[in-house]
Design a protein around this ligand. Structure first.
Ligand code: NAP
Length: 336
């Protein structure tokens, strides 16, 4: 079968097309899926940059959707022909994150492959109204947004959520928050993208490049200038303090991303002074993916896809995401 491998080529990180032999007879509870589409995340670009540090090639990408083509003898939940997507952590089924959680496309082979075999418990059925390309966007970005809003926080009508930028996580957070009846404020780097955010339901937008004090502007845009209830912080050290400024007393920061780095100075006094709750998010469980799928059905939510690349242009898809010109998700079509 055709796969991509993330590896080191002449000391440089690369993804390369390769052939592997499909795994042999299935174990009792295993399910073989023909992958139809894979969605890329910032994580995939981040891991690719570090591919030269790997001792062995790995199949990249965590997020894929496809059709069941074979089931093991004791599989009870799925049948041949079912349309499914895989959990980001295939063995984190429910509850708190287990110590040994391993993610697809990083610690173990991922989805950028014509076939994937996983335990039946790792797969979740795709909402009927979604294409494979749309469904492939849910497992990482969708679940991370879901847990940011409805994990530690309980976003609902009358609340205000702040999202940052126009990537996968942030657009899911915008759509899910709007579907839950909350107001959304959003940041982006260009006027054109701000307009698109408002067209999707953001009440106000702020250009974080021309206005580095966007946290104060967001605070001023909330009822009684009290601050937002939840920030979905995807920037990390470079956005953290502005996110604190934007939050109301007692608000929640869902700390998700590392777009500006992995460590830095933060204003710990602002955290205690406003009694802010910081909730770290690490995607979520297979059950969370199932809960998101139900919400996607009831809200008739359509994931935003920026562009779909053919399988042989996967490297170009990575480059497109790395350039940050996208709005929403970048997808690789694997098979039909
Ligand atoms: N912990 C988790 O569970 C989890 C899960 C998924 C993702 N993440 C992390 O969340 C972050 C976003 O991931 P993603 O896949 O959604 O990324 P993505 O699709 O690549 O989107 C990134 C977007 O963020 C915006 N951005 C870039 N730098 C920014 C900055 N300094 N301040 C504000 N916005 C900025 C840009 O949008 P504009 O062009 O509109 O400015 C950019 O297009 C990454 O750090 C990723 O590792 C974490």
């Amino acid at each position: 079968m055709n796969v991509y491998e993330m590896c080191s080529r002449d000391g440089e990180p690369a993804i390369r097309l390769a052939q592997r032999t499909p795994s042999g007879p299935l174990r009792d509870r295993e399910v073989r899926v023909r992958v139809a589409a894979v969605a890329l995340n910032y994580r995939d670009v981040f891991l690719l940059k570090r591919a030269a540090e790997r001792t062995a090639p790995v199949i990249p990408a965590s997020d894929g959707a496809g059709q069941v083509v074979e089931v093991g003898g004791r599989v009870s939940r799925l049948r041949v022909g079912d349309r499914v997507m895989a959990g980001f952590f295939p063995t984190w089924l429910d509850g708190e994150m287990p110590d040994d959680a391993r993610a697809l496309g990083g610690a173990m082979d991922g989805m950028l492959s014509e076939q994937v075999v996983l335990d039946e418990q790792a797969w979740v059925k795709i909402p009927e109204h979604l294409s494979y390309a749309q469904a492939a966007t849910l497992p990482c970005a969708g679940v991370a947004a879901w847990n940011s809003l409805f994990g530690a926080a309980k976003v609902g009508p009358g609340q205000t959520v702040l999202v940052q930028g126009t990537g996968g996580v942030s657009l899911f957070a915008l759509q899910l928050a709007r579907a839950a009846g909350a107001e959304v404020l959003a940041t982006s780097s260009t006027r054109a993208k701000c307009e698109r955010l408002r067209a999707m339901g953001a009440r106000e937008t702020f250009d974080y490049q021309s206005n580095p004090a966007w946290g104060r502007a967001a605070l001023a845009a909330t009822p009684r200038q009290r601050g937002v209830d939840v920030v979905v912080d995807i920037g990390g050290p470079g956005t953290f303090d502005q996110s604190l400024v934007a939050l109301r007393p007692g608000g929640t920061m869902s700390s998700i991303g590392i777009l500006t780095g992995v460590a830095g100075m933060i204003n710990t006094f602002a955290i205690s002074q406003k009694a802010i709750r910081i909730q770290g998010i690490c995607v979520g469980s297979v059950r969370d993916l199932g809960a998101l799928a139900l919400a996607v059905v009831s809200a008739k939510l359509e994931p935003v896809i920026d562009r779909v690349f053919p399988f042989h242009e996967a490297a170009a898809a990575y480059e497109h995401l790395a350039q940050r010109r996208h709005f929403g998700k970048v997808v690789v079509s694997v098979s039909v």
